[in-house]
Design a binder for this molecule. Structure first.
Ligand code: PEP
Ligand code: MG
Length: 602
């Protein structure tokens, strides 16, 4: 590939926006931004006696909208079955009684124009949808809204202006796209999609997946931050976009894209295969997620359940703190969706890099701390804000009745802290029993081992915890005294530091001596460079971002347990990072020569 020719210069400052992975893949190119359409729902009262005429105007607009969809359907008939099914559902919705009849009766009864009647109908329908617990069904309100807009465009006499063709291959960005917009754009050179709204089940995501194009959705601030003509890197694996990337970043990502294309076909095979070594060692490969929208990728990548659900993300960027009922619904739905696999939900872990100030402030006394990473963070915050914590514990216990829940406590640093939390949980269990609310009294309660004191006391803690999950992201930070978010010391942040490897090994041994399982859910679990080391250290479970699972599984299936443990034993003898890195590199080149490019990439 002649990358030099493909790299447009971009004069802006590089900036990364995080969103949700809508469809896997990487694209680098110029962006075309579609601004939101004006809503067009003009409002006026009808002159007496003109209701029938208005009704006729509405019927005609609906018929025209239907015709436009039918024409589009005909034009694109082929193998886009998922997408065309959505167009069919839009055609049906145009005739739906809820939308069509209700609008007609408002025109007649309230003597208001068709646009106004349609807007009122939409808000009535929205109110009904807002009460639906199922996220997927609730999000389908977007279809009804879309169909109504099509009609309004016909009412305005302008018809539908679908996004036009592109002369060059482009990445398309906007608030959100209808499936019709998306397939219409297919005739042109589209490299991928970016949307401000939507989750993993939004239409843009569904259609992009069915077309095999990368997409990132839910990118807040996208349309105000990025302009047509800007260069961007779209990373659909990680759910992020880099605006104004440097030429080096672009070159690197074009190479990633090439490697991903080569590997993805092969990786697909691994999704359904067992995660075990050639000589039969089984290791659970589970998923780390932040929001329930990621459930689809958990299933897609064949994760053995969820090893870490970072529950704090359900508290951020909201006006109000979530109540017990809404937390319960989210947890229960995850458990039901993944049954019989387990779902490990970590209690609120705020503070440090996950700013407590992102929480809605009602009822919470936030303190200013000089050193938040060592302050009132994580489980300390929960024990300090008891009401908030009890609400979450109630929601978790109630959900425990519906599947295999494991409750994970972050940042436990002493036995008394674990006991305090257990006392709160016991208290809540008593309350629920009195209230006659069902829960699982034997729900597993485990701890994150992510501060050095927990490693040193692992044998003691293992007697009272049901499982361990090693959080290397923090363990590295606290044991090597390196702020995980500080770019000046980032090069010293080393998962292969011998002290880190020995701490992992000590924790695994202490847990196994007490007969409890030990998982690892820090970023290094999904890094194929570190994975052989962790597998040799005999962790029972590695929890990682879903897209990394097939890569780690492939490595596992091409390994033997004896070779992995021999490697780990040698690594544990090393006295310095330079030795661990050299040893591992040698091991990888000797054992997986054809996969080594992949190791370097990830
Ligand atoms: C960790 O510390 O390794 C971890 C998994 O938790 P977080 O990154 O959310 O702090
Ligand atoms: Mg942590």
């Amino acid at each position: 590939m002649d990358t030099e020719l493909d790299l447009p210069p971009d004069l802006g400052e590089p900036e990364t926006l995080r969103g949700i992975s809508g469809s896997p893949g990487i694209a680098v190119g110029k962006v075309v931004v579609f601004s939101p359409r004006p809503d067009g729902f003009i409002r006026y009262r009808l002159e007496a006696g003109t209701e029938d005429k208005e009704e006729e105007r509405f019927r005609k607009a609906v018929a025209q909208a239907k015709q436009a969809l039918l024409e589009l359907r005909q034009q694109f008939e082929g193998d886009l079955s998922d997408t065309l099914a959505i167009v069919d559902s839009h055609i049906r919705m145009l005739q739906d009684r809820m939308l069509f009849d209700q609008t007609l009766s408002l025109i007649q009864q309230k003597q208001i124009n068709a646009e106004w009647a349609l807007a009122r109908t939409l808000s009535l329908i929205k109110r009904k949808f807002d009460h639906i617990a199922d996220d997927y069904i609730r999000s389908r309100f977007a279809d009804i809204e879309y169909v109504a807009r099509l009609v309004v465009e016909q009412l305005s006499g302008q018809g539908r202006t679908f996004p036009a063709g592109f002369a060059e291959p482009v990445i398309v960005a906007g608030e959100d796209f209808s499936p019709v917009d998306t397939i219409r754009m297919l005739t042109d050179k589209v490299l991928g999609f970016l949307t401000e709204k939507g989750g993993a089940t939004s239409h843009t995501a569904i259609v992009a997946r069915s077309l095999g194009l990368p997409a990132v959705v839910g990118l807040s601030g996208l349309t105000s931050r990025c302009r047509t003509g800007d260069t961007v890197i779209l990373d659909g694996y990680e759910g992020r976009v880099c605006l104004h990337p440097t030429q080096d970043q672009q070159r690197l990502h074009l190479e990633y894209a090439r490697q991903h294309r080569t590997f993805s076909e092969e990786m697909r095979w691994y999704i359904r295969l067992a995660s075990e070594t050639v000589d039969g060692l089984k290791v659970r490969l589970s998923a780390n997620i932040e929001i329930p929208d990621e459930l689809e990728s958990v299933i897609y990548y064949g994760a053995a359940g969820i090893g870490l659900f970072r529950s704090e993300f359900g508290y951020f960027q909201r006006k109000e703190l979530p109540d017990e009922e809404s937390l319960f619904t989210v947890y229960r739905d995850l458990l039901i969706a993944l049954e019989p696999e387990s779902v490990t939900i970590r209690t609120l872990d705020v503070g440090g890099d996950k700013l407590a100030s992102q929480l809605p402030s009602n009822g919470i006394q936030l303190v200013r701390e000089r050193n938040p990473a060592l302050g009132l963070r994580s489980i300390r915050f929960s024990l300090h804000e008891r009401t908030l914590f009890i609400t979450q514990v109630r929601a978790l216990l109630r959900a425990s009745y519906y599947g295999r829940l494991k409750i994970l406590l972050p940042m436990i640093s002493s036995l008394s802290e674990l006991r305090q939390v257990q006392a709160v949980i016991a208290e809540v269990m008593e309350q629920l029993t009195k209230e006659g609310i069902p829960f699982n009294p034997d729900v597993a309660i485990g701890i994150m081992v992510e501060v050095p004191s927990a490693v040193v006391l692992a044998d003691t803690l293992a007697r009272e915890a049901d499982f361990f999950s090693i959080g290397t992201n923090d363990l590295i930070q606290y044991s090597l005294a390196i702020d995980r978010g500080n770019e000046y010391v980032a090069s010293m942040y080393d998962p292969l530091h011998p002290a880190v490897l020995r701490m992992i090994s000590q924790t695994v041994e202490a847990g196994h001596r007490q007969g409890i399982e030990v998982s690892l859910c820090g970023e290094m679990a999904g890094d194929v460079f570190s994975a052989p080391v962790l597998l040799g250290l005999e962790l029972d479970e590695l929890s990682m971002r879903p897209s990394a699972i097939p890569h780690v599984k492939r490595l596992l299936r091409h390994s033997t347990f004896s070779r992995l443990t021999a490697l780990s034993k040698r690594l544990l003898q090393c006295g310095d990072s330079s030795e661990t890195h050299a040893l591992l590199k040698q091991y990888l080149t000797d054992n997986y020569p054809d996969q080594f490019a992949d190791h370097e990439r990830m």
